[in-house]
Design a protein around this ligand. Structure first.
Ligand SMILES: [Zn+2]
Length: 353
C-alpha cells in the first residue's frame, strides 16, 4: 500500500512538472516579429530607420545578352560609391533599397561589402525588368511560364541569390509604359504575384503612367493578391487622380525621382515644389500612409570611364524637406514618409485579398 501511494504521488508530480513546462514553452514562444530582408539577413522592420526606397549603386545598361559580373571591379565600385553612401548616412539614412534587377547589374556581394564597410543597410531584389522593350530579359525568359519564373524567384528568396547566401528583400519588375501590357509583361506581373504569394515579398514595378499600373493591380487581384503588395514605381508619371485611386485601393505610391533640379522654376513639373504639391494632394485625401519617396539616384555605370558621374543621395534632405516644411508638412508627417511607410511596404508578409 505504501509503495502504491508513493507511485501515485510520483505520477502527479510528473504531471504538474509537465504542465508547468508546457506553459513555459507556450508563453516563451516568440511572437512573429515584423521583419525586412536585408543583404545581411532578416532585420526588424522597426530598425530600418530613414529609408531611401529606390536608389542604385550600380546599373549596367549593356543588355541581358552581354552583362555579367566581369563587367566591373567590386573594389573600384566601392571606392567610388562609398563617399556617397557615407554622405547619406550623415543625413540620417539607415537603409537603402537597391533597385537594380538581375541582368541590369544586380550584385548582392557588392552590396554586402558596401554594407560592411559603411554600416548602411541594403535591401536587394529578385525579379525581371521588362521595360525598354525586353532588352534586359534573358533568352530563357521566353521558354519559361509565369509559374516557372515565380519558382525561380521564390528559390532565390528561400535559398539566396546564386551561391551568395544573400536573400532578396523585394520583387523588382518593370513593364513598358504602353496603354496595354504585352503578353510578356503580363507574364512578368503574373510571375511576381505568384512569387509574392510564395514569399511575402512586396512587388516594386517600374511602371510610370496610370493604365499599366491599374492593369497590373487588376492581374494581382485575379491572383488573390491585395494591392498593398504592389509599389507603383515612378508614380509621378501617372496622374494625381490615378495616384489617389491606387492609394485608396491600398497600393504604395512611389514618387521616386526627386532631385534638386535647380534649372527648373519652382513648381514646374518634377521640381521639388511640384512633388511636394502632389504629396499634399495625397495628404488632403488622407493617403499620406501610402506615399514613398526617393531619388532614383546613383550610380556606377561600367560603360563609362571610372563609372561616370554620380548623383548623390542627398537632395531630399537638402532641397526637398525644406520645401515640404514651407508647405506645412510636420516633422511627424515627414517621418511617416521616410521611416514608417517603408517599414509597412517592405516588411515580409503575404498580403491576400
Ligand atoms: Zn531606378
Amino acid at each position: 500500500m505504501e509503495m502504491d501511494d508513493y507511485d501515485d504521488w510520483k505520477i502527479i508530480l510528473w504531471l504538474i512538472l509537465f504542465l508547468i513546462f508546457g506553459i513555459v514553452i507556450i508563453t516563451c514562444k516568440p511572437s512573429p516579429r515584423e521583419y525586412v530582408m536585408t543583404v545581411n539577413g532578416p532585420e526588424s522592420a522597426g530598425r530600418m530607420g530613414i529609408t531611401l526606397e529606390h536608389e542604385h549603386i550600380l546599373v549596367d545598361f549593356i543588355g541581358a545578352d552581354s552583362t555579367g559580373y566581369f563587367r566591373w571591379n567590386r573594389d573600384s565600385v566601392i571606392e567610388k560609391m562609398l563617399p556617397f553612401v557615407r554622405e547619406a548616412k550623415e543625413n540620417g539614412v539607415r537603409t537603402i533599397v537597391e533597385c537594380t534587377p538581375e541582368w541590369l547589374g544586380r550584385d548582392p556581394l557588392l552590396l554586402k561589402s558596401l554594407s560592411r564597410i559603411s554600416g548602411m543597410n541594403f535591401i536587394t531584389n529578385t525579379g525581371y525588368y521588362g521595360a525598354v522593350n525586353n532588352k534586359f530579359l534573358p533568352e530563357s525568359f521566353y521558354r519559361q511560364s509565369a509559374r516557372e519564373l515565380a519558382d525561380k524567384w521564390i528559390n532565390e528568396a528561400k535559398n539566396g541569390i546564386e551561391d551568395s547566401g544573400i536573400r532578396p528583400g523585394f520583387i523588382k519588375i518593370g513593364v513598358n509604359p504602353a496603354d496595354t501590357l504585352s503578353e510578356d509583361h503580363r507574364k512578368i506581373i503574373t510571375a511576381a504575384g505568384l512569387a509574392h504569394l510564395g514569399t511575402g515579398l512586396v512587388i516594386a514595378s517600374h511602371t510610370g503612367p496610370d493604365k499599366p499600373a491599374f492593369e497590373q493591380i487588376g492581374i494581382l487581384r485575379e491572383l488573390g493578391v491585395d494591392p498593398s503588395a504592389f509599389i507603383w514605381v515612378h508614380a509621378q508619371g501617372g496622374t494625381v487622380d490615378g495616384n489617389i485611386r491606387a492609394a485608396r485601393e491600398g497600393a504604395w505610391i512611389s514618387l521616386d525621382n526627386i532631385r534638386k533640379r535647380s534649372n527648373l522654376e519652382p513648381g514646374a513639373p518634377n521640381s521639388p515644389g511640384w512633388y511636394a504639391d502632389r504629396i499634399l494632394r495625397l495628404k488632403e485625401e488622407g493617403l499620406l500612409s501610402r506615399v514613398l519617396i526617393s531619388h532614383d539616384s546613383g550610380w556606377y555605370d561600367p560603360a563609362k570611364p571610372g563609372g561616370g558621374t554620380i548623383n548623390g543621395y542627398n537632395d531630399i534632405f537638402e532641397s526637398f524637406i525644406p520645401v515640404m516644411k514651407e508647405k506645412g508638412f510636420t516633422e511627424e508627417e515627414i517621418d511617416q514618409i521616410l521611416v514608417k511607410n517603408p517599414q509597412g511596404a517592405f516588411k515580409v508578409r503575404i498580403r491576400k485579398l
